[in-house]
Design a protein around this ligand. Sequence first.
Ligand code: ADP
Ligand code: MG
Length: 485
Amino acid sequence: MAAHLIPYEPVIGLEVHIQLLTGSKFFSTEGFAFAAPPNHFVSPVTMAHPGALPSVNAECISHALTIGLATHCHIQRSCFFDRKNYFYPDLPKGYQLTQDRKPLCLDGYLEVPMPDGSLQRIRIQRIHMEEDAGKLLHDQEDKRSYVDLNRAGVGLVELVTYPDIRSAEEAGAMLAEIRRLVRYLGICDGNMEEGSLRCDANVSVRPAGEEKLGTRTEIKNLNSISFLVKAIQYETARQIREIGEGNQIRQETRTWDAARQITLPMREKESADDYRYFPEPDLQPLLIPQETLDQIRKTLPTLPAERFSDYHHRLKLSYNEALTLADQRSFSDYFETLRTLCSDEKSAANWMLGPVRTWLNEAGADIEAFPVPAAHFAAMLQMVSDGGISLHIAREQLFPAMLESPATPPAELAAKLGLLGSNGGDQLKEVIMSVMAEHPEEVARFRGGKKALMGFFVGQVMRKAQGKADPQQVNQWVADALSQP
Ligand code: ADP
Ligand code: MG
């Protein structure tokens, strides 16, 4: 068989940089804000002035522990920082503080919702802490480059997966799950377009069924999920083509050219030894008390993947619905409160995904701005499931009224607006009977086969009910009434 006819599979591992949401940098006290004026957030430590010494920001450590525990990692309670030496103007010290030999977190995993509804377990090799570097600006002037050190020293964790990922789509789902997770945990804002979350993808291919890994390339700095997916698709096809043509894959660093939709070589992979890692002598080793871990573990929320699974498998929502409901923690938290207060969880979910989300989209707001207290929302849902009010009236009239007067209990609002009994079995039946009594000829013609008169009867009933009836129910009941002589 020709080489290019052997089915090849991609093998992918991700390295994700997660910028920690804290008031100050990792080893110095100045703050940081995206898009601030250049070199606004600098201090003697960041500038590496002689005699300036680092000190550890405890919030960075606790954020790193939070994601480590949430991803089921083993926490190395005794660890230290290393210097990664390199000469480049984006870090005045000449080295980056990172963790090489003894990272804080080892061997965890994340459960990732896949489009077929399953949870796929992607293993995590390590999560280590490090500081970010500044940015070089090459596009300001023709023959000169500038440096902006605002980002230098900002706290990061780097999460490294095992090469467990088998398709570009799986990689996209993994990165989306990481973004959901860090937002749930409140340790990172997850804004990829601002660089708060950055991803490198390691890609190799091998004949399907083969154990041994192929030579990988590393695609750097993918700053959106769709770029990640497209870059891996491109790179997989490129490697298979190269092998098909009898060429070797070179281990190299590549970059994604978004304009041309291709990956391009950047540099040959540097060997790790070049960095001359050694333990940072200006900082004490870290010793993390067991109580700290216990405390953080207590604060962990139910994770997004668990919520997804519950919504998809127990509430029988579709993959997209379940993922949407679980996506944002505050939105999902509101639903979690709501479901404990009402008897029909599935319909509560449908309300969240329908009218509530529509309202939020139109208002351009988050659930925090949604005015209706969960208790009132639940009371309204209960009125619908008890048959006190039709679903149609609840959606069209009571819900908008509740948004206007969120402090008023829905039963009171419904009474005031004359909506009670609108479902109203008896009332609606009476209306139908009276319409039939007023139009004996049409009834006879309908029963004689002129089925097109259905619309006439429904129209008459709707008019008499003054729009308060549920059209679907009217249809059903009118059909029933007309078919019984
Ligand atoms: P480095 O630190 O030099 O980038 P690592 O061995 O730590 O190298 O691996 C970095 C990432 O590359 C990890 O996510 C790992 O899963 C992935 N990886 C390693 N080997 C391969 C391979 N042959 N194909 C695809 N991914 C790989
Ligand atoms: Mg790497």
